[in-house]
Design a binder for this molecule. Structure first.
Ligand code: KG4
Ligand code: ZN
Length: 338
């Protein structure tokens, strides 16, 4: 089964072509340089650039995979969560191709895509597993009991982990996107220099990072000559500690042995190293996606679309973008079986 996959949920335009679980091409055009000067993603500008980039990217993805549109059997596209204007560019293209060539359409949940990036890198990996999904918009502990079956055990009550990285980076004037900027600054600082709080550490599976961000703000106000590398390293350590403690607690609660990391923040070196060490000590197996599959991409959308196509979980042509699409209810949104 040859699948064309499209992802435009935020600021990366991405197109991939795959044959079953084999990725033949995966193209990503990042808008980071465009949004950098605004210090964050501007939804309207993101949508306009998706529109500009998507057709050339589609051409290169098909060329690289050595196929034409006539060879495609199924189209997978991100339905949500994400920015509605941005999502609609990918969805409109996917629907047009599906309608014109009369091929089935699959709507894909972006967060499921992030989790499934791990199945691309580790073909032998199977559920049940626990996923820590950490991105610019989400921080979720997800129990995947089986293929396509998810339970969100905990999520953020305010800022997402990536959002906290981005906001603290702006506060410290370290640049955008904040995650990589904080990570680099932190390498020159001491993680135990400032004892920032570890919010909700002992309470359930939910996260809260806005208080931590405020602590950083108060610290920088109280210490005008602060060392930004020490602040970055101490902030990163606080976030990483909370993410790790809750992940271990959730994995134990579900008695799973396999833990996967997913989303843009999964690229964080400190998180990867510390989580690996902590899970090894507890005898869990940790799966980390390669860096190219941590950031938004369409290969992960292809992997989900393949599974849903096998189960005949196709969408109708009136499928719409759903900005807050959640993992548990995704199969009920605009879906029909052909
Ligand atoms: O998954 P993603 O590419 O987009 C969303 O779906 O949101 O995640 C983007 C987020 C941004 O907040 C960015 O700062 C963060 O991932 N990020 C990182 C790192 N690389 C990207 N956070 C921490 N450390 C990194 N190395
Ligand atoms: Zn993402």
């Amino acid at each position: 089964m040859k699948i064309l996959a499209i992802e435009t949920s935020c600021d990366e335009t991405a197109v991939a072509v795959g044959e079953d679980t084999n990725i033949l091409s995966s193209m990503v055009s990042s808008q980071v340089p465009i949004h950098k000067k605004y210090g964050g993603v501007v939804p309207e500008i993101a949508a306009r650039h998706h529109l500009k980039n998507i057709i050339p990217l589609l051409r290169s993805a098909l060329d690289e995979a050595k196929v034409t549109l006539m060879d495609i059997d199924v189209i997978g596209v991100t339905q949500g969560p994400g920015l509605v204007g941005a999502l609609l560019i990918g969805i409109s293209l996917a629907k047009s191709i599906a309608y014109t060539l009369n091929i089935p359409l699959v709507g894909v949940n972006h967060l499921q895509g992030h989790i499934y990036a791990n199945f691309i890198d580790n073909p032998d990996l199977t559920p049940p597993l626990l996923a820590l999904v950490v991105s610019g918009g989400h921080t979720e502990l997800v129990y995947q009991s089986d293929w396509g079956k998810f339970e969100v055990m905990g999520s953020t009550r305010d800022d997402a982990a990536g959002e906290a990285f981005d906001k603290v980076s702006r506060l410290l004037n370290l640049g955008y996107p904040g995650g990589p900027a904080i990570q680099e600054a932190a390498k020159r600082g001491k993680p135990d220099a400032i004892p920032f709080p570890r919010p909700l550490l002992d309470k359930g599976f939910d996260f809260s990072f806005s208080g931590l961000k405020t602590s950083v703000l108060y610290y920088t106000r109280a210490h005008r000559d602060y060392n930004s590398s020490d602040v970055a390293a101490s902030f990163q350590e606080a976030i990483v500690d909370v993410l790790i403690a809750k992940t271990i607690k959730a994995a134990k609660a579900k008695r799973v042995r396999r833990v996967v990391l997913a989303g843009g923040v999964a690229a964080n070196e400190r998180l990867r190293q510390k989580l690996k060490k902590a899970l090894l000590k507890e005898d869990f197996a940790l799966y980390l996606p390669s860096l190219a599959l941590c950031i938004d991409n369409a290969a992960m959308i292809e992997r989900v679309a393949y599974e849903k196509a096998l189960k005949n979980e196709f969408a109708s042509l009136d499928m719409n973008a759903v900005s807050n699409l959640d993992l548990a209810s995704q199969h009920m949104v605009g879906e029909k079986t052909r």
